[in-house]
Design a binder for this molecule. Structure first.
Ligand SMILES: C[S@@+](CC[C@H](N)C(=O)[O-])C[C@H]1O[C@@H](n2cnc3c(N)ncnc32)[C@H](O)[C@@H]1O
Length: 270
């Protein structure tokens, strides 16, 4: 299989995740996946709607500065019913496990509705479930008399026993606004991805099977990792390739802020 893009330790494949995963044989140190959630309603019919309808309130704030979802292109694979979502998730997660180094990490984004399915699928795929990271987006479409859905979740696990790769103790709650300039309805912020990768082994290979605009790949590269991205829509492969070409050649970022570490230790001594 020929990569769509290959440079500086990064490969992007334009294709269907399961098919591409089955053709790969490179061992990976971390899988960081942001699949389509197939969520957005109580009934099957609700999920069949256009992604622009379902994600209309994704980054809503009273002072809306983000591009409205209706102005961004639709994306694929977001209409599975509950049972097929569970089976499909277990399938691609087990295919990722086949590539995983012993002790490799796995992170999977999800929302409140798909959280139980995702924790089940991670384990059905053969990974050891280690916990949940809460992402507080700060913004959400307010609905009178209800809690705002301003959080999403990252279910994480490992391929068997988990070695400690670094002397870091990142929080399992992270406040981080969605990106202001985005090209994808559900584009994730780079600092959030860097926070997750703070526990990954240095210079490891990071795999994102649902790459979208390539946020995982860009964040991984900024930390000095190598990365593989897979995306079914060519327009997003193109955007990711452009983002990568605009990056400096050498790593520029650190995974967690000094403030975070300082807070931790001041708590520990008090
Ligand atoms: C939630 S988005 C990822 C957004 C990404 N994290 C970002 O920051 O831009 C999921 C992506 O998976 C892609 N996708 C859906 N089904 C796929 C499949 N079967 N194989 C590969 N990519 C798929 C969609 O086109 C979409 O761009």
């Amino acid at each position: 299989l020929n990569p769509y893009y290959e440079a500086n330790g990064i490969s992007i494949y334009h294709g269907e995740a399961l098919a591409v995963l089955q053709s790969l044989d490179t061992p990976v140190a971390a899988v960081l996946a942001d699949p389509p959630y197939s969520s957005g309603g109580m009934l099957r019919g609700d999920r069949l709607g256009k992604s622009s309808d379902k994600y209309r309130g994704w980054s809503h704030s009273p002072t809306e500065t983000h591009a409205p979802a209706s102005l961004l292109p639709e994306f694929s694979g977001d209409t599975r019913d509950q049972r097929s979502y569970a089976y499909w998730s277990a399938l691609w997660l087990s295919e990722c496990l086949r590539l995983a180094d012993p002790g490799a990490l796995c992170f999977v984004f999800t929302d409140w509705r798909q959280l139980p399915t995702t924790t089940d699928a991670l384990q059905a795929g053969g990974w050891v479930w280690r916990g949940i990271v809460v992402w507080d987006k700060g913004v959400a479409r307010p609905i009178k008399g209800r809690f705002r859905t301003n959080t999403e979740y990252i279910v994480w696990g490992s391929n068997g026993p988990l070695p400690a790769h670094a002397d870091v103790y990142p929080s399992s709650v992270i406040d981080c606004a969605p990106p202001v300039d985005r090209d994808h309805m559900t584009q994730k912020p780079e600092p959030l991805i860097r926070h997750l990768l703070s526990i990954a082994p240095p210079c490891g290979l990071v795999l994102d099977p649902f790459m979208g605009t390539g946020t995982t790949i860009v964040a991984a590269r900024s930390l000095g990792h190598r990365a593989i991205g897979i995306e079914i829509e060519e327009r997003y492969c193109e955007i990711a390739a452009k983002r990568l070409d605009q990056m400096p050649l050498f790593p520029t970022a650190t995974p967690s802020t000094p403030v975070e570490q300082a807070d931790l230790f001041s708590e520990a001594v008090s």
